[in-house]
Design a protein around this ligand. Structure first.
Ligand code: GTP
Length: 598
């Protein structure tokens, strides 16, 4: 019967090991895409994704594959995002599968996210099929990588497929192994409906399109459904699957993967990991593993031109329609005016949203440095969640402060172990463990404050190891830390948007470095501007921006008009990204400067 012919699987890999290329090859091999459509990586949808070469949104495709046994199978390939910011989404889409292709680059070997993804797949009891990709590369060492998969991950790699997604080698064998090794789905078709949401996106014509996997029962057109975490009900108007083109169907039953449309206006009503049930015959228990995702990183976003405040709100409203993990609320800064405090899953998520606001909505932004959420235990016994350093209560009201910590796994060649340990130490990391992956590489485990990772940890790690280190981390909870709020004063006035929270031991050093950096970043004004760093009332560092002396146009030696215009335009361009604070023009970079000092 039908169930036996279904295989639901994902591809998991470290970034750049070839997941998207392999997915495209599989689509091509099964005839899902025409030649013309193959020109671009089909599973990566948004323009931004293409540019950055990363996958942000999960999707699924339903493919037909005629196997060597002569039977035609239905393969549902579920795509997963490749970045640590989105690991909850990865875990939910893996939950919708019975198997996973583990793609490992034949030249790079097992990396931090290979391991992290394997753990997620094992949590969902998936059958894992190792695929060693890029065997066409001269530097490929498939035998060594096989050994690594066995030693480091503990998987049997004797039947690992040797493949090249680029050259189209090994694709048939991969599909054969999927059919043979990945178990067919099972479940009770007569039970009340339970379907797992693993993604959704907003379509301006149809409303929210929900990607889901039916675990029990059947979902049909016309059915009244209920979201189990919120109790909200909707009527199903369309049921279907992507092949990758959308194809409408009458129903999706046990084991099937596809989409529904149900007049849903906001993706926040279709939370990833939630269970869809039949409103008239509801299941008693939701599927396990649902978690309401909360933002890890916050920053303030302000329009450079304050008249664009409403446009910014509209942009955030639109983005929110399609991004359930983005949060925002209005905030006011005495320095920057009216803006929003926005919450993100991580730094990459934050950068993506900023870029989309600027690019798709044409709004120039000033963003403040990202901050994590601190827990402030006050002397009166109450606890505050502080996501904006400005809102930190005065020291006399604070009993103690806790900050979020992560457990980081860093894979690195032996030669760089010292460098990485030094870096972790300098970021207040606590050493946990070190394991040898093979004779050349080790896996270092550290516990680090999330705030330090949010700063430029990753960039420093990459540059310190010539790009060889790979990093993965997970949140492990809150720990007490000796933290203080540092204020920055321009012209004697505190600039609230520049305040940040820092460990007391590093406060002096960071304050000093920041005022030096600000001195360089803030252009000279017509008057002298003191830049100071202070903890409470105590000034700990000071620099002075000297007054401007010459008119910029003086450099042009009068004559050349076009040159003069160019210079003026260039100045105007530069001005766009400035915010006048008091009477001082402060450029965007100044608000991010705290991230780069150390
Ligand atoms: P993310 O989407 O960022 O997670 O990356 P990915 O794992 O999907 O990797 P992607 O498919 O984008 O491939 C990364 C790079 O490796 C691209 O430049 C590909 O062209 C290249 N690549 C993928 N497969 C092969 C292969 O078999 N051989 C060679 N030589 N290059 C490959």
């Amino acid at each position: 019967e039908k169930l036996k012919m279904i295989r639901n699987f994902s591809i998991i890999a470290h970034i750049d090991h070839g997941k998207s290329t392999l997915a495209d090859r599989i689509l091509e091999y099964t005839g899902a895409l025409s030649e013309r459509e193959m020109t671009d990586q089909y599973l990566d949808k948004m323009e931004l994704e293409k540019e950055r070469g990363i996958t942000i949104k999960l999707q699924s495709v339903r493919l037909k594959y005629k196997a060597k046994d002569g039977q035609e199978y239905i393969l549902n390939l579920i795509d997963t995002p490749g970045h640590v910011d989105f690991s909850y989404e990865v875990s939910r889409s893996l939950q919708a599968c019975e198997g996973a292709l583990l793609v490992v680059d034949a030249a790079q070997g097992v990396e931090a996210q290979t391991l992290a993804n394997v753990y997620l797949a094992l949590e969902s009891d998936l059958e894992i099929i190792p695929v060693i990709n890029k065997i066409d590369l001269p530097s490929a060492e498939p035998e060594r990588v096989k050994q690594e998969i066995e030693d480091v991950i503990g998987l049997d790699a004797s039947e690992a497929v040797l493949a090249s997604a680029k050259a189209g080698i090994g694709i048939e064998e991969i599909l054969e192994q999927v059919v043979e090794k990945v178990p067919a789905p099972s479940g009770d078709p007569d039970a009340p409906l339970r379907a797992l949401i693993f993604d959704s996106y907003y379509d301006s014509y149809k409303g929210v399109i929900v990607y889901m996997r039916v675990v029990e029962g059947t979902v049909k057109k016309g059915m009244k459904i209920k979201m189990m975490s919120t109790g909200k009900t909707f009527e199903v108007t369309e049921v279907g699957a992507f092949t990758p083109h959308p194809v409408l169907m009458d129903e999706l039953s046990v084991g099937e993967v596809g989409f529904i449309v149900a007049g849903i206006k906001n993706v926040k009503d279709t939370r990833v990991g939630d269970t869809i049930t039949d409103a008239n015959n509801p299941a008693t228990e939701p599927l396990p593993g649902y978690r309401k995702i909360t933002p890890m990183v916050y920053c303030g976003m302000y329009p450079v031109d304050s008249s664009e405040y409403d446009d910014l709100r509209e942009a955030l409203e639109k983005l929110e329609l399609n991004d359930a993990s983005l949060t925002y609320e209005p905030e006011t800064s005495s320095a920057l005016g009216f803006g929003f405090r926005c919450g993100f899953l991580g730094l990459l998520h934050m950068e993506i949203i900023q870029e989309r606001i600027e690019r798709e909505f044409g709004i120039q932004l000033i963003t403040t440095a990202p901050s994590v959420v601190y827990k402030v235990y006050q002397t009166d016994g109450s606890v505050l969640d502080i996501e904006n350093p400005t809102l930190m209560p005065p020291p006399q009201k604070i009993d103690h402060v806790e900050e979020p910590y992560v457990r980081a796994s860093i894979m690195v060649p032996n030669d760089y172990v010292g460098t990485v340990m030094e870096l972790c130490q300098s970021k207040r990391g606590q050493y946990v463990d070190m394991k040898y992956i093979d004779t050349n590489r080790v896996n270092l485990i550290y516990e680090l404050p999330l705030a330090e990772i949010v700063y430029d940890f990753f960039d420093q790690l990459k540059s310190g190891t010539k790009g060889y280190a790979s990093l993965d981390y997970e949140l492990i909870g809150y720990k007490p830390s000796n933290l203080v709020k540092m204020d920055i004063l321009l012209n004697g006035e505190v600039v609230d948007a520049l305040s940040f929270i820092v460990h007391r031991d590093r406060a002096y050093h960071r304050g000093r470095a920041l005022v030096e950096k600000l001195k360089k970043l803030i252009p000279r004004q017509m008057f002298e501007v003191p830049v100071q760093a202070a903890i409470g009332n105590k000034i700990i560092a000071r620099e002075t921006i000297k007054a401007i002396r010459k008119n910029v146009l003086a450099k042009c030696y009068g004559g050349d008009v076009s040159r003069k215009r160019k210079l003026l335009e260039k100045q105007k361009e530069g001005k766009k990204r400035m915010k006048s604070i008091g009477s001082v023009d402060v450029p965007q970079e100044a608000f991010m400067a705290v991230l780069q000092v150390d």
